[in-house]
Design a protein around this ligand. Sequence first.
Ligand code: ZN
Length: 486
Amino acid sequence: MKNLKNGEKLKPQLLWKNFDMILGIPHPSNYSGMLADVIYGFGKNLGLETIKDGGGNIVIRKPASSPEMAKKEMVTLQAHIDMVPQKAEGKIHDFTKDAIMAYVDGAFVKADGTTLGADNAIGAAAIMAVIESKDIEHGQLEAFFTVDEENGMNGVNYLKNDLLKGKYLINTDSEEDGEIFIGCAGGVNVEATFEYKKTEIPQNHNSYRITVSGLKGGHSGINIHEGRGNSIKIIARLLSSTQNEMDFYISEFNGGTLRNVIPSKAEVVLLVKKEDDKKFRDIVSDFSVTIKKEYKFSAPHLLITMNEEAIPSYVLNKEAGYKIISALNCCSNEVFRMDDNLHIVQTSSNLGVINTTDSTIEIKCLARSLVDSARDYAGNIVGTAFKLAGAKVVYSGAYPGWIPNVSSILLQVTKDSYKELFNKEPKVTAMHAGLECGLITAKYPKMDMISFGPTIKDAHSVNEQVNIKSVKNFFELLCEVLKNIR
Ligand SMILES: [Zn+2]
């Protein structure tokens, strides 16, 4: 193999051959057109009906493997073909030009200093293997390859409601062997902007920078119920209790990176009266002890530091600062509700980013839910806290969730197939994160869908790796479901 070192012996061969081919074609989000063209050519070369839609997504249809199988309903197999481009510090790699170099390391396939893109290229490679195979039993098939999923689901956003013909859809973008997903969360961005007036620096004050760091951070959906702590909320809590004891001014408040990441680090710069210095230091140190106790298990490396530093050139007027603190304290960063049937989070919100500019403080949150109406309600709860404090609030980028259907026929067939193959029950669950199924189901409400895939660890990071055995299990299950579909 060209790009997957020592990949020759991996099974199933067709799947790994296609994966190796995909590694060789640059396909980061926004640049997955080249790979889409290759897949288009792949369908055409096989003499199959092949379509490219307005969004750059590819559909390939393949007739049933036998007249008997042709009596079954059509199945759509779906994967996204873009990948998240991340590279290790110091690694020289151009994601728009260079091939991903991968290798076998024990039970896993890993990449050399970059993301591997097993998310979702293993799914795409498996679907291609089914399409080109001559010995897999299946009914009428439709392969649906989407572009730019990792970038706001742009490809599937373009999907028209008359393109797909399958009655069933199997999405291959989930990442845990032995788990069948039947639902996912939708989301809505909530952005609040506070405008403030600069105030001159008051006399006889000290300036302190307080930093909260060492929290675990993580995915704002998948990890939201784990009590990992939110650095922005922790600082807001400290400021709120300080407020009861003394006056102070905020100069800047920054933290977090993205609305969909739990913020692991945040900082605030404060001005406190010189005469309150001792009292303030005591408050911070007592608070530090209390918080560390609360997060002893979920954030053992939590660190709160305070350093005196040069007086800044301006501060926020006091009232603006206090309003922001109150709003941050009211803003929910938590699980609102668990799902009624599955033991997973139904609705949640994450306070992801705070950023101070010359004249504003901007805050970014993401509310998620398996149920769209609950998503909007959660977004509204978060937005209301900021509105009450006088901020301008904008809701954007809403995308639908995928509501679990526990009586799905496809689910039943998949569970039975899994039991037949592996002699045990699969776990049926949903994810508190986005899958393209949410957007597809909004356009094809009658389509019966599930999602399953191989075990992929640390997706979206340079440690991304796919478990080799789980790829085989995944492909066997896929073929078994195709054979057993009604
Ligand atoms: Zn993915």
